[in-house]
Design a protein around this ligand. Sequence first.
Ligand code: 5RP
Length: 292
Amino acid sequence: MADIDGIKDNNEKDYGIGIPVDTTGFFLKGLNNYDWGIKNRMSRIYNPKNGRTVMLAFDHGYIMGPTSGLERIDLSITPLIEYADSLMCTRGILRSVVPPIANKPICLRYSAGSSVLTYLNNECTADIDDAVRINASAMAVMVAIGDPLYEAKTIENLVKTADRGYKYGIPTLGVTAVGKDLARDARYLGTATRICAENGATFVKTYYCDDFEKVVNGCPVPIVIAGGKKLPEIEALELCYHAINDGASGVDMGRNVFQAENPVAMIQAVRGVVHDNLTPQQALELYDDLRS
Ligand code: 5RP
């Protein structure tokens, strides 16, 4: 029988009368009406104090094989894990190399299907059970807007992933496609990011470009930028700085971190720009201090 001795009289209970319930919205753009699970997982990827994130992308092998800097992920990426807010990788690398005790939110590379040796973008998606099984905090799906062959298929991949994600409370990251034939200007990237959001992406990964504010403002959910090809360190830090200043909510960077001369110093310098509002020059000084 339940013990009722400790139950107070209603007059003695504290209902906080006069203290309004906090009704402020969720800290990330466009996600206030999402379900608890999606908000909880986004709060693991993003720092709720500033709404920003440094995601470390090392999923390149899914289309490129042993990419420079990723030949031995156990050696090159493991030392960077502690500095990343989230890890973006394939399920193969996750299971083979990433220590489960790292306890970092995983953005699972969820679409795949072709390689750089053929025609990119002909992708399918994995099974939602596997995303649940590995405790994914997000599922990343490539979307090839403007590709005459695979635009519809990749949008369908996004739509189906978002459907499954809503069911299980897992966010979907729409990744605007790379490819030599696709433009990287505000008109194209604004179109591609908006289409991702309209079709269910919880957040979107794209490239920085001139007039990036227009891309950000036209997209109703948060945007993170990819770093792209390896740049000199100062230019990579400038890229982060301009992207954040123009409204990106973080970075999802790979080559400009793990191909840097000192990746452990570089990821901390990137963090300095994203989380501590360092200027590129200040971040470069941090990089130089850390590697010396
Ligand atoms: C490709 C990806 C890659 O993970 C991402 O673009 C790599 O990041 P970076 O360009 O910074 O090396 O999503 O579709």
